[in-house]
Write a protein that binds this ligand. Sequence first.
Ligand code: AFP
Length: 340
Amino acid sequence: MISRMPSLRKFMTLERFINEQERLYPNATGNFSGLLHDLSLAAKLVWREVSKAGLVNILGTTGRVNVSGDVVKKLDEFADETIYKAMDHGGHLCVMASEENEDILHIPDQYPDGKYVLLYDPLDGSSNIDANITIGSIFSVYRRISTSGKGTLADCLQEGYKQVAAGYIIYGSSTIFVYSTGRGVHGFTLDPTVGEFLLSHENIRIPKKGRIYSLNEGNFRNWDESVQRYVRYLTEQDKSTDRPYSLRYIGTMVGDSHRTLLYGGIFSYPADRNNPLGKLRLMYECNPMAFIIEQAGGRSSDGKQSILRVLPTSLHQHTPVFLGSEEDVNLCEEFLQGRR
Ligand code: AFP
């Protein structure tokens, strides 16, 4: 007779995890879980295409430029449409907005409107696609504030602290779905052989302090003098404060933030002379990443306040961003605010 040893760990799929979380809320209608299920399907569809990108000849630019001025690759368009189509008919959303589109995206008339709002960056780091370097998709979910009918721009322009969920899918050496609904940050790695995201990083906590800094140092001359002093400080030699820090920069916010989440340190895209408000978008990149980092015990800042407190005034607004380990962001703010 075969005696079965109790298994060391149970296989927790993303689907099962979402359902178990729902049971913690006795009044849950299943709408929110449905939305997350739809997102996980969208993630798999985008992953399938991303992983074939080098095989089929779908790379190359379409010649179109998106509203933020980036050249749009075909894969961006595919991801943009796929996420929209996976999310438009579930009855969970009343409106969406995507980094690739200038205006809000309405739910088609034939489908019911729901009580949530989705903002997404379908393919972050798309200039890295041709070099087969890590890219990702980012999402942010809010509760609608309009009372009925079609969702509005105001539904989309809410402060980051009002997010009810946020996360990203990183297409790297593995594909990982990381998200938070305000009860910890959890990561699920895709097992491509069964097509399931499996819980691999439960309750991620960012280290209190790291020793990696991540930013485009090529912009050094265009930064404010306080940012220059901070970065110079990080590169000085001092064992007692773990300096010099190591520099790591992928140029995909998802990748650089994910590494910062796991290893600690600081990721930043400061304002510079060419980008007086920084380069990254508040609604599509900074808010969701700040939500994840803060939920994991880290900090985010625009230099003065938490990113999650920045008042949005337009869909594609930019903001300087500093996020990562609590002690690193605190120290950075001391430099930025002239306290060091
Ligand atoms: P792309 O999507 O055009 O590659 O931009 C990526 C990005 O928005 C963000 O993911 C990176 O952190 C940042 O831009 C990199 O910008 P630089 O190339 O100026 O360093």
